[in-house]
Design a protein around this ligand. Structure first.
Ligand code: HEC
Ligand code: HEC
Length: 314
């Protein structure tokens, strides 16, 4: 009996030592620096690209990078607090901004792979766009080079992020850069609602990220293989930090199977559900999306496998 106790104590001792060592390693490890293989390209902007890029920015970037001064000067991110004290940086045309010094090719590389100019990997709370068409990436870059008032130089410098232990552990073992595409990514066929809708919901506006089971289990390269694809259940946070669970938006009766196309369009564009109850943050109305686009997403959702998962009452 005494022997067994001794052996047990030794085993527990070893486990504690290993865990402590691992914790010290993770806490002190400097982040991995990746080779920056940014392509040597220059985007030729035109007014259509700038306009589309501005629309995308209003739907995709302002939420995080929008500052109090009305420019993209950044702000504190209250809804990622499990990952530490984080700030979305200033990306205006000021020399203090984090956009400063980026070439078009480096921006392309950042948006596709997540590798920043300095070789560090931008954590998951800065979105990646591995399936966005080449044209739409050019639109984003054209916008970032434009004289849009959102980009007017602001000297605001956001504090350095203080990642939590969890964020550091995930950065060490889980979060990894995405591969840079080896072939051109064409625009979807806008006359095919299912193809167009899939592109919008998966590649461009990332509806599936929030509306699948968990950010941690998303399959970024093959989104349809993500557990609970469009079935909701992802634990998100409201602006005040209280939890909110993303709803099931598959066509099952526990999802939005009883909704009409018009009700879906009204909800996504104006935030008004059939019940009359408004959708809350982080589901911000996609008011800059056209009716054609939202109808295409509706058409695509008809083809997504149904999932049974009851939505919270609303
Ligand atoms: C969910 C929040 C979020 C959204 C949405 C977001 N970003 Fe970011 N972005 C971040 C954070 C956080 C960082 C800082 C990453 C870091 O420090 O490694 C960042 C960093 C950046 C950087 C600087 C990279 C560097 O080298 O420091 C650029 C440029 C950028 N984002 C552009 C964009 C654009 C363009 C969009 C819209 C298409 C966008 N971001 C959407 C959170 C966000
Ligand atoms: C940042 C995360 C996030 C993104 C991105 C997002 N949603 Fe949502 N969505 C939510 C959350 C959270 C709710 C629940 C809001 C509430 O309960 O008030 C919601 C609610 C909804 C609802 C209402 C469902 C119901 O049963 O009441 C629909 C429809 C919807 N989203 C569709 C979309 C579409 C389409 C997109 C992409 C264009 C999208 N969402 C992008 C988080 C998100």
């Amino acid at each position: 009996m005494k022997r067994l106790l001794k052996v047990l104590l030794v085993i527990i001792g070893i486990v504690v030592l290993v865990l402590t060592g691992l914790m010290i390693f993770i806490s002190n490890k400097s982040p991995e620096v990746f080779e920056n293989k940014a392509p040597d390209v220059t985007v030729t902007p035109d007014s259509a690209k700038v306009a589309e890029g501005a629309r995308m920015a209003s739907l995709l970037c302002v939420n995080c990078h929008g500052g109090e001064d009305g420019t993209l000067s950044g702000h504190f991110m209250p809804d990622t607090k499990v990952f530490g004290t984080l700030y979305a940086p200033n990306i205006t045309h000021h020399e203090n901004s984090r956009l400063h010094g980026y070439t078009d090719g480096e921006l392309m590389y950042l948006f596709r792979t997540g590798i920043k100019k300095d070789g560090l990997y931008a954590p998951p709370w800065m979105p990646k766009f591995p399936h966005l068409s080449d044209y739409d990436v050019e639109c984003l870059i054209s916008f970032l080079r434009s004289d849009n008032p959102m980009l007017k130089g602001s000297d605001v410098v956001q504090p350095a992020p203080e990642p939590s232990f969890l964020a550091k552990a995930l950065t060490t073992f889980v979060f990894k850069p995405l591969p840079y595409p080896t072939e051109a990514i064409p625009q979807p066929n806008q006359d095919d609602p299912v193809e167009f809708g899939k592109y919008l919901a998966v590649a461009k506006f990332d509806c599936y990220g929030c509306h699948s089971e968990d950010f941690a289990t998303l399959n970024t390269m093959e989104p349809e293989k993500s557990p609970g694809f469009f079935g909701g259940g992802n634990n998100l946070l409201r602006k005040d930090g209280t939890p909110i669970i993303s709803p099931n938006i598959t066509m099952d009766e526990t999802g939005i199977g009883s909704w009409t196309e018009d009700q879906f369009v009204t909800c996504v564009r104006y935030g008004e559900r059939p019940s009359g109850i408004a959708t809350q943050y982080p589901m911000v109305p996609f008011s800059n999306m056209t009716e054609k686009e939202v109808k295409a997403i509706w058409a695509y959702l008809q083809t997504v496998p149904k999932i049974k998962r009851e939505n919270p009452k609303s």
